[in-house]
Design a protein around this ligand. Structure first.
Ligand code: AHN
Ligand code: ZN
Length: 329
C-alpha cells in the first residue's frame, strides 16, 4: 500500500500547509449574470461512459484502447471539431513494460486566439491492485469512473460546443497511460504516472507564446455522491482558477458537490500540464472531509457502471460548460 501511504503523506501535508483548510474566496452568489442557457445532458454523458466500458479495459496497447481512440476521434469529428490529431508514441513504464500510446486532441473554433484546454485520461489501470479480494488484483479494472467518466463528460461537452460555439476556442485532450504508475514504496514515484501527458508536453502542438489561457482536468467525475474539494496542487498552483471554477459551480447550484475547502494532493495530469506552462486545475473526487481519500471503488473491479451517478456527471459537466460559455474572447 505504498502509494496510498505516500498519498496519505501528501494529504496530511496538504491539510497542514493550508492552515484552516477553508478557502479565502467567497464568491458572491450572483446567478443573474451567469449564462446557464446551455444544458449539459447527463444521460448522454452516461451513454458515452457506458460505450467505453463495453469495449473492455482500455489498457495501453490493447485492442480496446485502439477502439477507444477511434471512438473518441470519430465523436470529436461528428460534433464538429475542426482538427483532430492523434499523437502516437512509445513510453517505458516503471516495471519495464514498453507501451505504445496514443494521445488524442480535438480543437473547436481553431482560429480563436484565446483557448481553453479540457483534459481527461482515457486509459485504465492494468491491475486492480486496491481490490479487497486478493485474486482480483492482477486483473485490469473496468475504469467506469477512473477513465471513462472524464472522457464521457468531455464528449458531451463536445456535442454541446458543436451545437453552439462559446466565444473562446476549446481544445480537448484525451491522454493515454495516466494510470500505469507505481503504487508501492515510500519514495517518490511521481514520474511513473501520467506518461501520456508527459509525452504530450514534450511535444506540444502550441507555440510558446500561444498556450491555452488555462486548463481543466477531469478525473473520476462520475462516482456516486462524489464531492470535489480544492485539490491541493491546484489550490497551490492556480488558486484564482480554482476560485473561478468553484465559484461558478456554486452559482450553478452545485455547491453541494464542489466543496470550497482544500483537499488532498494528487499527482495527476495537471501537475505535468502546469510544469509545461499551462495553468491547470484538477476536478477529482475526494471521498471524505476527514480523509480526502479516493472512492472505495478506486483501482478495484467494482469501478463499473453500477457505481456511476448521473447527478455527479451533471454537476461537473454543467459547471464546466458554464465556465466555457461565461468566458469572453
Ligand atoms: C497517484 O496515486 C500518485 N496518482 C493517482 C492519479 C490517478 C490514478 N488518477 C486516477 N487514477
Ligand atoms: Zn487510477
Amino acid at each position: 500500500m505504498g502509494c496510498l501511504a505516500g498519498a496519505a503523506l501528501v494529504l496530511t501535508l496538504g491539510c497542514k500547509t493550508a492552515g484552516s483548510g477553508d478557502s479565502s474566496s467567497s464568491q458572491p452568489s450572483r446567478t443573474q449574470d451567469l449564462d446557464q442557457s446551455v444544458k449539459f445532458n447527463s444521460d448522454s454523458a452516461y451513454y458515452y461512459v457506458g460505450r467505453q466500458v463495453a469495449m473492455g479495459p482500455r489498457v495501453p496497447g490493447s485492442s480496446a484502447s485502439a477502439k477507444c481512440v477511434d471512438y473518441i476521434a470519430s465523436e470529436l469529428r461528428r460534433h464538429g471539431s475542426d482538427t483532430v490529431k492523434l499523437q502516437h508514441g512509445t513510453v517505458k513504464a516503471f516495471n519495464g513494460d514498453v507501451l505504445p500510446i496514443t494521445n488524442v486532441m480535438g480543437s473547436f473554433n481553431s482560429s480563436a486566439k484565446k483557448r481553453i484546454l479540457l483534459a481527461a485520461h482515457f486509459d485504465t489501470r492494468p491491475w486492480a491492485d486496491n481490490d479487497p479480494i486478493e485474486e482480483n488484483r492482477r486483473d485490469p479494472i473496468p475504469g467506469a469512473n477512473d477513465g471513462a467518466s472524464g472522457v464521457g463528460v468531455l464528449l458531451e461537452i463536445a456535442r454541446q460546443v458543436g451545437v453552439k460555439s462559446p466565444a473562446v476556442g476549446v481544445d480537448m485532450l484525451f491522454v493515454d497511460a495516466e494510470d500505469y504508475g507505481q503504487l508501492s514504496g515510500f519514495s517518490n514515484h511521481d514520474e511513473t504516472w501520467c506518461l501520456g501527458t508527459q509525452y504530450w508536453t514534450s511535444n506540444m502542438p502550441y507555440a510558446a507564446d500561444s498556450l491555452p489561457a488555462y486548463g481543466i482536468l477531469l478525473d473520476m467525475v462520475g462516482g456516486m455522491g462524489a464531492k470535489f474539494h480544492r485539490e491541493y496542487f491546484s489550490h497551490k498552483t492556480v488558486p484564482e482558477l480554482v476560485d473561478k471554477v468553484w465559484g461558478i459551480a456554486e452559482r450553478s447550484g452545485h455547491g453541494d458537490r464542489f466543496i470550497n475547502v482544500v483537499g488532498g494532493g494528487v499527482v495527476d495530469d495537471h501537475v505535468f500540464l502546469n510544469r509545461a506552462g499551462i495553468p491547470t486545475l484538477d476536478i477529482i473526487e475526494s471521498k471524505s472531509d476527514n480523509t480526502m481519500s479516493f472512492p472505495s471503488t478506486w483501482h478495484t473491479l467494482n469501478d463499473d457502471m453500477d457505481h456511476i451517478d448521473t447527478a455527479t456527471l451533471k454537476a461537473v459537466g454543467q459547471t464546466v460548460l458554464n465556465v466555457l460559455y461565461n468566458e469572453s474572447k
